[in-house]
Design a protein around this ligand. Sequence first.
Ligand code: ATP
Ligand code: LTN
Length: 327
Amino acid sequence: MKRFLTGLQPTGSITLGNYIGAIKQMVKYQEEYDSFIFIADMHSITVPQDPETLSKNIRSLVATYIACGVDPNKNTIFLQSENIYHANVSWILECNTPYGLLGRMTQFKDKSQKHQNFMAGLYTYPVLMAADILIYDSDYVPVGKDQKQHVELARDIAESFNKRYGKEFFKLPEPLIPEEGAKICDLIDPTKKMSKSAENKKGVIMLLDDEKDIRKKIMGATTDSEMIVRYDIETKPGISNLITIYHELSGMTISQIEEKFKDSNYGTFKKEVADLVVSVLKPIQDRYYELINSKELDEVLDAGKIKTTEIAKIKYEELKNIVGLYR
Ligand code: ATP
Ligand code: LTN
């Protein structure tokens, strides 16, 4: 079975857009691959984080994923910072990565502009990411488009390491850009992607929003003056976005939805969308609150830590031998 590995940064609350566009895909992949999913908490401190908030976000992200259907029996779930070998492997890789290559990374160029007095970790970030990937002999690395360059760098690092030491030691990973899940747009400005970092939260549904807020946000979604529930992304982005949400959560096709609501006004349609969103999110939220302070969550992470530390230790010991770090 091919191995897939992906890391997620614990930097904020998950939105309905993340759920539809990314998490649902992950739940699908777990059936096909030996999948490793970790919280890239060490990556998140490459920019300033409040320690208490970070710690909460770490737990919360794990609980969210499991609540959404990422099954701990089908995935190895762990925290990057709990496996000490990631940083160790990263160091050896840093010593095998040309300095200049890292300066070409677009994420570094963007983030170093945004953060004054940024830290060295922001620059070496992609090498830690290469370590994450290469330790586990990962075949595929599903990432968003913005991370593709980093996976390609991991591949380049692996290739040049293998060449330098004359051994096929690291497997060359391939980025797996997920089949485009539907793009969910902001409810207030439906020409923009629904994004967790949006300033105006009225257009963003968070997975943990309570029922009242969800209903209020959907009822307040921007529409148009045609008053017909019809999919047309160009002239009716608001209604089309609500149709997409309905389609993704109900499994009905766009034309079935148009037919179902052909005699409804926007108020009735929005209410049905809200009912559906609430009915999908309610069990996710119930499961989340069950998990968040549970022993079960710790057991999942403990098991992940033990399993991945065993794998990583072997790889690290071999790596040390290859580069001559032995006595
Ligand atoms: P930020 O606001 O920090 O950019 P974000 O909410 O836009 O965060 P990302 O962290 O960039 O989300 O993306 C995480 C994953 O969720 C990616 O796979 C991305 O494709 C998916 N995703 C994010 N927003 C949406 C959306 N509105 N619709 C569909 N998929 C989305
Ligand atoms: N940089 C990624 C998170 C990440 C990752 C990884 C993804 C860290 N290490 C290894 C895939 C494989 C992000 O910001 N989404």
